[in-house]
Design a protein. Sequence first.
Length: 357
Amino acid sequence: MGNTNQEQIKVQKTSKTKINDIDFENLVFGKDFSDHMFECDFKNGSWENPIIRPYGDLTISPSAKVFHYGQAVFEGMKAYKDDQGKVFLFRPDENQIRINKSSVRMAIPEFPKELFFEALNKLLNLDKDWVKPGIGNSLYIRPFVIATQPGVSASPSDEYKFMIILSPVNVYYTGDVKVEIAEHYSRAADGGAGAAKAAGNYGAQFYPTHLAKERGFDQVIWTDANEHKYMEEAGTMNLFFRINDTLITAPTSERILDGITRKSIIELAKRDGVQIEVRPIEVSELIEAAKDGSLKEIFGAGTAAVVSPVNAFGYKNVIYNLPPTASGFSAKFKKELTDIQYNRSEDTFGWRYEVVD
């Protein structure tokens, strides 16, 4: 567990806000950033010098181990504003737990829970005007850790930097998604780091995803590395498959990220009496269901996308189109999730976390 010297977070406010220069109606996901950021360094065996300062560039050695050995993990969260101007997070405790699990897998010291939440609260209070109300509007929160010790010896770093940056966003996908089932490339293998939000996991996806986009697809559905027989997840989303009235999603494993939106949909389905199965699903089962008409929906679930319907998938050069899903499970669960996130419904699960002064 990472230690901390219990220093208070110092705050350096910007002299001039950038908020008036931002076109909030036409945002590009993850391009613009708020006025401030949080950073904290791990040195001499403890986390020290926590500070919130104006968003800006870092000075880092070209031999920092993050560049050479990929020691980097991150999280994706969102802040939402209700109609009364209150700001909320959605299950941030799960993000805090997961970034530390990812850190352990990448030999990075864990970040203290108390400091994580203190930093989130102070930073969001400082930049709360960047959280715009209205369904679809949110402030994307990116906590991350990088290895900063100079040196190219092949060993874990002794120094790290934990940061939180904020980016105003709208809807991630504006329409349905078309996906291709992977036949050759793999996202992760047993014994690997697939269950961690390690930066390299995403970097390794870019090339096969690029190839899929050249063929007219938006994302890749990854299959198991051994046989490419079982469905796993998409590049930015966990996946749900509705066959007749049963909802199916793959179990988490060393290869599959334990998505927070995924586990929330599972709980919502159980509450609503929707039959749900958490089990392996074969590609052949999906193809058969698509052919006989029992495949009603596929949708992705993730922090950035929330819930994104899939309107078609490709496999072995054949395209399988899905029926429209305006009143399907994807629409139902997206509304239930966003109503909780934007404080428009009762939160019987205790998932909503209010950011207070």
